[in-house]
Design a protein around this ligand. Structure first.
Ligand SMILES: Cc1cc2nc3c(=O)[nH]c(=O)nc-3n(C[C@H](O)[C@H](O)[C@H](O)COP(=O)(O)O)c2cc1C
Length: 460
């Protein structure tokens, strides 16, 4: 590795939840956490804070069921507030778009339970209304509780979900291209609104979908909304390498992140794409204080005081799609058990690597899931956090971060007030937005239109 500092800047994404809790499931109990998550102004206020902090993107995760795998019931999730609430994201992003001018707006939509036409239309509309700031996080969903809300008993098997996702995203991208950029002429005199030759049917007939098209929304400011993906399995990494503009990762340490970064960039290049046009962004928790002691005190509260063990188990069962209600917290998680997990397998492997040779008990794993604080966690003053971020960035362990909040809106207010100026003074972050769209702010090229490039009407 050369000693020269990187000349590009960090990409910063704020990890948001439209829920009673942040991704940290005890957040609702933290004294300064606000509880107006059912009010539109809550999301607008956080969006303004993020724009003031010059974040690239406000991104919302999603899940299509309560955590209801543990004991085959949502009781513990409901009782302890372990994310029983999850709002639909479309209205929220519209509200955030109205409150801001530059901030990117990202949402998670499932390829397993939605339809390509619906998703293409939702994000194309948002891209227009926000002036080119939309991003879609492509997920295949994780568990049987979600399946049961959509008329199926069991969640589709892992690789099969990715088969469907491949076809899904191809159809979505073609729908986004179904109008060429210059299709609308709106000539009042001749009465011609748009050129039919430049508005294309897909006539797609595949294994999973039949979609005629065209989309009912013209091509958008970004050409195509930004694609986010967070696949961690082998199949997931290949999928991300082929399709994603931003790849979210969940690596437990810098060493693991650096290895993952190099491997994922290789996968991107092997897919025939430019490695610099895809950003790899690990999720980190940031706990910042005016002094290190203040930050450490907060950390101790978050780690030790706010999450009930049953909430942890409910959340662990949810992501592993495995019912842990028959186990005790001291049970060791065996390799056979890990192999039988059909949800996010990478999670368990990541925790195992993080704790080294210690036996992996259910207590450790559940704690990791509920607090996610066992993973990368930057704690300290603004300067100390900036040092860590700089270190990860310069050592090519990442191209930026997905910053997770311990609580709302305080964690992002603190970050904007204490960390952002430090990053800006080192040239690691912008002081003003320079691009007109999210893609431009991220330094990503606007995708060419496949139909215009082919110059003909072709099915996909
Ligand atoms: C930062 C981050 C955010 C994620 N957000 C979601 C989400 O909102 N909904 C979801 O179902 N999965 C989410 N995931 C999980 C991934 O989509 C993916 O399922 C997981 O990383 C496992 O990868 P695999 O399916 O390739 O095994 C997220 C992962 C990360 C690292």
């Amino acid at each position: 590795m050369s000693d020269a500092r990187r000349t590009d800047q960090l990409t910063l994404v704020a990890f948001m939840q439209a829920s009673n809790v942040s991704v940290y499931s005890g957040s609702w109990r933290y004294p300064s956490n606000t509880s107006d998550y059912l009010d539109l102004r809550y999301y607008q206020r956080i969006a303004r804070v993020l724009e003031e902090g010059r974040f690239d993107l406000m991104f919302f995760d999603d899940r299509l069921a309560m955590p209801a795998i543990y004991g085959d019931s949502a009781d513990e999730a409901v009782r302890y507030g372990a994310r029983p609430i999850k709002l639909d994201l479309t209205a929220i992003l519209g509200a955030a778009a109205a409150a801001t001018e530059h901030l990117g707006l990202g949402a998670t939509y499932s390829t397993t339970y939605y339809e390509p036409f619906h998703v293409a239309r939702t994000f194309a509309t948002l891209d227009h209304l926000s002036g080119g700031r939309a991003a879609w996080n492509v997920v295949t969903s994780v568990n049987d509780a979600e399946a049961r809300n959509f008329g199926v008993d069991q969640h589709t098997e892992h690789d099969r979900r990715y088969d469907r996702a491949e076809e899904f995203i191809e159809v979505v991208e073609h729908l986004w291209d179904s109008w060429e950029d210059d299709a609308i002429v709106a000539d009042r005199e001749s009465g011609v609104f748009a050129e039919p030759d430049k508005v294309h049917e897909l006539n797609h007939r595949g294994e999973f979908f039949s979609v005629r098209g065209p989309l009912t929304v013209p091509r958008t400011p970004q050409g195509r909304p930004v694609i986010i993906q967070a696949g961690q399995s082998g199949r997931g990494r290949d999928f991300a390498g082929k399709w994603a503009d931003l790849i979210f990762t969940g690596d437990p340490s810098q060493a693991v992140a650096a290895e993952h970064y190099a491997q994922q960039k290789e996968i991107i290049r092997a897919a025939g794409r430019d490695g610099d046009q895809v950003k790899i962004l690990p999720m980190v928790y940031v706990i910042v204080g005016e002094t290190e002691a203040i930050a450490r005190e907060k950390e101790s509260v978050f780690l030790n005081e706010l999450v009930h063990p049953n909430a942890s188990l409910a959340l662990l069962s949810e992501v592993t799609n495995h019912d842990f209600s028959g186990y005790t917290l001291d049970d060791v998680v065996t390799d056979e058990l890990v192999d039988s997990i059909s949800g996010i397998r990478g999670l368990v492997q990541g925790v195992k690597r993080h704790i080294g040779d210690q036996p992996l008990t259910l207590r450790v794993l559940a704690n990791h899931r509920a607090t996610l604080l066992q993973g990368p966690r930057f704690v300290g003053t603004g300067r100390q956090i900036a040092d860590q971020m700089d270190d990860w960035f310069q050592s090519r362990s990442c191209d930026g971060f997905v910053v997770a909040a311990t609580h709302f809106p305080g964690a992002f207010e603190d970050f904007t007030r204490l960390v952002v100026p430090e990053l800006q003074s080192r040239g690691l972050m912008r002081t003003e937005y320079t691009g007109a769209t999210l893609r431009e702010n991220l330094g990503l090229a606007r995708p060419a239109n496949v139909f215009a490039e082919r110059g003909e009407v072709v099915g996909v």
